[in-house]
Structures are given as C-alpha cells and as structure tokens.
Design a protein around this ligand. Structure first.
Ligand code: ADP
Ligand code: MG
Length: 730
C-alpha cells in the first residue's frame, strides 16, 4: 500500500466519520447523572417508606429485605421505562479487565396469553449465571458452575441505551470472589474499620473513613481506517512492528498542546455521555506522545470511582468509533514513545475531612496527619512487592522500567518538607515530643509546618508512589487495568498497617504510657522501619536499581515472577487478617494471572509470525527481485565494469535484504519452536515464565530486523501504515 493509498484510507474515514462538535442545549449541571438512578430519583420514584428504607440501607448498612427490594425495583422500572428501557442486566467485573453483562427483557407471561412488563426485587438483587466460562483459576469445576451476581447498592444503577445496568459483585456457588468488586468492597470495609479505630485516638466523633480515588485515564487515538489495516493493533492492541517516526515526541510539542478539532469533537461527545452517566469529568489534555490524550474526573469514593472508570473505558471505545477513531487503552501501543498509565490518586477521608491533608489547625490534627502518612509508608514498604504485583500485567510490563514510566521498583516520594518532619520526629527525644503534644512545639514545630508543605511539595515524575500534598499518587497503574487490583492491595495493606499500629499503641497505653507519647514512640519506630521505601531521587537511574536492591526492596522485573508476591506468606497473612482473600482465592487468581499472561504473549507471537511471513517477507522479496532485475538490466546497457560500479549500491541492498529476510524467517521458525516447547508445559506459572523468557524476547529481537527492512523497502510496496501515519494524520 502506498503512502498515497494510505492517505486515502484516512481521508475516506475522515469524510465518512467527521462528526460535528456536539453542542448540548443544557449545562453540565443540568444533564449530570441524567441516566443514573440517584437519590433524587429514588425520592421521586419510590414510596416514602421504600425511600426511607433505602437511605437506611445505604447510609447505615441496614439489611435489605425482599419487600423493600420489590418496592425499589418497581420505582426503578417506572423511571427506566420513561427513558424507553426494555431490558435489564447485572453488570459485573470478572477477571478479564473488562465488564460483563447478560441482558434480560422486562417481560413475563400475563397468564392470559399476553405479556406484561415485569421487573422484580429478586431480579434486582440477585442473579444466577453459568459462570464456568469466566476465568476462575480452577475454583469452580463445570459441574458446580453456578455463579451469583448481587447488587452493590453503593453504586447506583444507570441506563445505557435500552438497558438498565445494575452494578453487582460476582461470586461462586461456594462464596469465593470471581471478580474485582467483591474483594474491593472487603478491602474498603477493612480500611474503614481500621482507620476509624485509629482516628478515635484523635477525635471521638469519627464514624467512618472513606477511601477516595481520582484516576487519570491516558489513551491514544488512531484513525479507524488505518487501524483496520494493522492486524497487530486489531488483535493485540499494540503495534508489534514499526520503525520510529523521524519526528515523534522529541519536540515536546504535543504535551498540553492545542487539541485538534476532530479530537476535540470526540472529547466533547465523550464528556457529555460520561457526565450523563454521572462520571464527574473535569480535566482533558494532550499527553506527551503524539496522538496521546488524558481524561480525569473529580475524585470519588473508590468503589464508585472504579465503576466509573470501567464504564468510561467502554464508552470511550464506542464514542471513538463514532468519530472515525479507535481508542487504544493498551499501556504501550507504540515503541519508542511514551506509553499510557492511569495514575491513581488515593487518599483516606473521614466523614468530616481528608486524612492525608497536611495543614492541621492543632497539634492533634498534625499528629493524626503524620500517623496516617507514616502508616501508609509502612503499608507500602511492607508490601512493595505485592503492590508491584497488583499493577503488573503482560501489557503494563512494557511500560514499567521504560524511561517515561514508573520504574519496576516501588518507592515513595515525600518531598523536602515532609521528609524533614519525619526526620525530625525520628530523631527527637521524648521530652520534645511531649512538648509538641502539649501544643508548645518548638523543635518539632508540627503545627506550623503544613501550611508550607502543601504548596511546596515538589513533583517527582519518576516516583511510582508520590505524596502530592493531600494524597498519594500511585503512578504505576496501567491504562488498561481495572484500578480495583491496585486499590484492593493498597487499601488492604493500609488496613493491616493501621491494625498493627493500633495494637502496639494500645499495648503501650495498657502498660501505663500516656497516649500521645505512645503514639509518638510507635511512629518513631515505624519511621525507622520504613525508611527504605522513601526515595526522593531519580527513579529512572541505574544507581537506584542497585541502591533499591541493597535496601531490600523488590527489584524483580519479570511479570510472571512478580505475580508470586501474591502468594508470599506476608501477603497471604495480610489478606486473611483483613478478610479480603483466602489463600485458595489468591492461588486461583494467580493461576488466572499466569494463564492470561501466557495467552497474551501467545497471541502476539502468532500474529507477529503471520505478519512477518505473510506481509513483510513477500514484500521484501518482491522489492529485492526488482533490484535484481535492475542489476541485470544495467549489465545489458552498460559495459561490465561500469555496470558493476553503478550497481554496487543496489547489490549491497540486495544483500542486506537477503540477510534480514533470512534472519527473520529463521527466527520466526525458532519463535514457533519456542512456543511449542512452552505450550507443552502444564504448570501455568512455569509456562508463563517460559513465554516471558523464551517467546517475548524473540518477538522484540525479530521486530528490530523487520523495522530495518521498513527503512529499505519501497514505500509503495510496504503493506502496513507506518508510525508517522498512525501517529500524525488526523
Ligand atoms: P495532575 O496534575 O497530577 O496530572 P490531575 O488534575 O490530572 O492531576 O488529576 C488529579 C486527580 O486527583 C483528580 O482526579 C483529582 O480529583 C484527584 N484528587 C485531588 N485531590 C484528591 C484527594 N484528596 N484524594 C484523591 N484524589 C484526589
Ligand atoms: Mg497526576
């Protein structure tokens, strides 16, 4: 396909698909959550009794009986039918990184040969499905294939098209979690309980601690016409070959640049749809790489934030197609330029305010602040390997450790001021500490520090877990991932740290130590213990890798081996203590992780082999034949010596093509062999390791040779759109 032809593909797509910028008649405040069954709508559509009951259920954890469920379902159905809804589905998050739904119509026999619209409380609350085809890691055999989904009323139902969507957890017949939401809710419950208990040292009236999440979704847009001609993008979400474009991101001219018209139309359309579904979109901008963008909403309670992210990812893909684009959520669609992440801004808040917020008005506020900071660091320190495992995947591993992304070592950036506070606290004496507690703080000066700190917290883009004033930003999460994976590990680890903290403080108090003194003493111990996790330097540097290993941090970079961290005794104990996962659930989930890893690389290897043998080699051979033909003809029209001189360059090219082609052919065969050997391994972990060690590196190596051919072969013949076309033409 020639450049001109490729351009036509784009032009056609553009002509067909160029969509006008939608201009909503109303303001966002008017259409926000239009398609969500919010509390306001409950008030309108439910009876007074059902509404009051529902509020008790949502706010006070009252039990949800079937009578109330029937009443709520009736009101919901009335609201939904006014929007033209005919179906409903339980919407859940199996371990596939996507969401799942099975639609049922609102129809029932009326007993007189006709139909009535019916939607019962039972349908709302619970559904039974054959779950055997969802990943389950061997927890369920086909003879006990029942799976149950149950409504999560902390996340409101919403309408998409003609369907009422009910967010649910998904569990097995025997009660094990088969999804992300069930363990997430357990982790959030654990951190709520543990953090509330610790808050009670400072304030009696704290009733609840909420975990907040503000994610920042990065993505690429590629023209749909070009996308369709790249089997690798189509099948794997990333380009398996393609030479660097002469210009990519070196000019830094895309980051925060003005948003191209066609993309702006897409963004506006997307935001309207997202806002209508209650997703509080706030920020949009161009990212660092060409054709890379970001969308970030205002943070929300973690469970809801995750549902909203899952929902957003699915509508992004739909809206992109409407605008003639394909939306790439893969962490590394293009080699040589930045990949995409999904920074997870995480904080804890009480029912009255944010816990990680620096500026406190009283020493008590400040001590509480320092407590939560130090215990976060303890959690991240103790489980740094596990946290890495929680964000690790076949696709995200392309990004970790590369130069634009968080390194494959988890550490935490605190900034100068916070570091100083912790240093000071660690080295201060008991007397000074008591002074602080007595509000006369001079040396430690906790009451005055925070004002400075919030504005002066510097940024460090190389840190995977950075303090940014009132929250930690977990930057290693991948763009395609379900944030729940990271949030389960982080919140559960935090719960454990707080439980341990409280146990030790209580023991001191029981032996006669005054409370503030006891808290400070334990904090001092913990600051010392978790010192290795604190690193404000350049996380990308080679020295850090050596230093981190010396400090005992997890420096493993092989994806299948990193998954082992889930089965470390410290992880198993932590998840048991917080009631998030049992050992067998962890084992089952790891089976799925290894299997998924293998399948992803397997698909890549297959499609890559096809591309090499069916697309690249034939074209290279054809071009080579043209050159050979030319050399022969030169001999016919020029004297031998002159012909040899004039054809020298072409002969060189013929040789290069021959060498590259034979290297590629030979190694594609070796790649197939490596796959066959790996496929014979029964153990999922060993198989994944074989794919990691023997298959994946072969793809990268061969790719390098294909990319060299791309630079030589006639552009007219090259069968695939090149990076410069994929990344710059809109
Ligand atoms: P950045 O400048 O880091 O790229 P963005 O504005 O893109 O930041 O996104 C920051 C995200 O952090 C938003 O979702 C924002 O709502 C969220 N956020 C702000 N404060 C908190 C907090 N205390 N806890 C959790 N998330 C927060
Ligand atoms: Mg950020």
């Amino acid at each position: 396909m020639s450049s001109a032809l490729r351009f036509e593909v784009v032009g056609e797509a553009f002509k067909k698909k160029a969509v006008e910028v939608p201009s909503p008649a109303e303001r966002p405040s008017e259409f926000f959550a239009k398609y969500v069954f919010t509390r306001q709508k409950m008030y309108k559509y439910l009876s007074a009794e059902a509404y009051a009951k529902m509020c008790d259920v949502m706010d006070k954890g009252a039990s949800f009986d079937l009578k109330t469920a029937d009443q709520v379902a009736e009101g919901m159905k009335r609201w939904a039918m006014e929007l033209g809804v005919t179906h409903c589905t339980h919407w859940f998050q199996p371990l596939t990184e996507g969401t799942a739904e099975k639609h049922d119509a609102f129809v029932e026999h009326d007993g007189k040969g006709g139909m009535i619209e019916e939607f019962s409380g039972k349908q709302l609350v619970q559904q039974e499905t054959d779950a055997s085809s969802f990943p389950n890691g061997g927890i369920r055999s086909t003879f006990e294939a029942r799976g149950y989904s149950a409504w999560d009323y902390a996340s409101p139902v919403f309408v998409i098209g003609d369907t009422l969507m009910i967010p649910t957890v998904f569990i097995s017949y025997t009660g094990e979690s088969l999804d992300y939401k069930a363990p997430l809710k357990k982790a959030l419950y654990a951190v709520d309980k543990a953090a509330t208990d610790v808050c009670k040292y400072f304030y009696d009236d704290v009733k609840r601690v909420i975990s907040n999440l503000g994610w920042e979704q990065e993505y690429f847009l590629v023209d749909e016409g070009l996308f369709a001609t790249r089997p690798d993008l189509l099948m794997t979400g990333r380009t398996l070959l393609g030479h660097d474009s002469a210009k990519n991101q070196q000019m830094d001219d895309h980051y925060f640049g003005s948003i191209p018209g066609r993309v702006a139309a897409f963004m506006t359309d997307l935001e309207i749809q997202a806002l209508e579904l209650g997703i509080p979109c706030k920020t949009r901008h161009n990212e660092v790489a060409p054709n890379q963008f970001e969308l970030a909403p205002i943070f929300e309670e973690t469970n809801l934030a995750i549902d909203h992210n899952m929902l957003l990812m699915s509508i992004m893909k739909k809206v992109a197609r409407k605008h003639g684009f394909r939306c790439l959520l893969h962490e590394k669609p293009f080699a040589g330029i930045n990949g995409s992440g999904k920074h997870n801004n995480w904080s804890l808040a009480t029912d009255t305010g944010i816990l990680l917020h620096g500026p406190g008005k009283t020493p008590k506020d400040n001590l509480r602040f320092v407590t939560f900071i130090v215990e976060t660091l303890m959690a991240v320190y103790k489980h740094n390997g596990l946290l890495k495992a929680s964000i690790m995947s076949a696709t995200n591993s392309h990004r970790l450790g590369a130069h634009e992304a968080p390194p494959a070592i988890i550490s935490s950036f605190l900034g100068d001021q916070l570091s100083e506070i912790l240093d000071h606290l660690e080295n201060s004496t008991d007397d000074e500490l008591i002074t602080v507690a007595g509000k006369h703080g001079m040396k430690l000066d906790i009451p005055q520090i925070p004002e400075l700190m919030v504005d002066n917290t510097d940024r460090n883009r190389t840190s995977p877990f950075a303090f940014t004033g009132n929250r930690f930003e977990f930057r290693a999460v991948g763009s395609e991932a379900n944030c729940a994976s990271a949030m389960i590990a982080l919140n559960a680890a935090m719960a454990e740290a707080l439980i341990n903290f409280k146990q030790r403080v209580d023991a001191l108090i029981a032996s006669g130590t005054e409370q503030t003194k006891a808290i400070l003493q334990i904090l001092r111990e913990d600051i010392k213990t978790c010192r290795p996790i604190h690193f404000d330097g350049n996380g990308y540097s080679e020295e850090w890798k050596i230093e981190a290993a010396r400090r005992g941090l997890d420096v493993e970079a092989s994806c299948p081996i990193v998954f082992d961290r889930y089965l470390d005794e410290s992880s198993v104990q932590m998840f048991a203590k917080t009631n998030v996962f049992t050992r067998s659930e962890l084992e089952a989930r790891n089976e799925i992780k290894w299997e998924t890893y293998t399948k992803k690389i397997q698909i890549e290897a297959r499609i890559f082999g096809d591309l090499c043998m069916n697309h690249i080699i034939p074209v290279a051979t054809r071009y080579q034949s043209t050159l050979i033909d030319n050399v022969h003809k030169m001999q016919q029209i020029f004297p031998a010596e002159e012909a040899a001189r004039l054809s020298a360059k072409n002969i060189e090219l013929i040789r290069t093509i021959a060498e590259l082609s034979s290297y590629i052919t030979e190694n594609v065969n070796l790649l197939i062999e490596a796959r066959k050997v790996a496929n014979r391994i029964e153990n999922e972990r060993e198989k994944a390791i074989a794919y990691h060690d023997t298959v994946a590196p072969k793809i990268e190596d061969i790719r390098h040779h294909v990319d060299k051919l791309e630079m030589i072969v006639d552009d007219e013949l090259w069968p695939l759109p090149k990076y410069r076309e994929l990344l710059f033409i809109r």
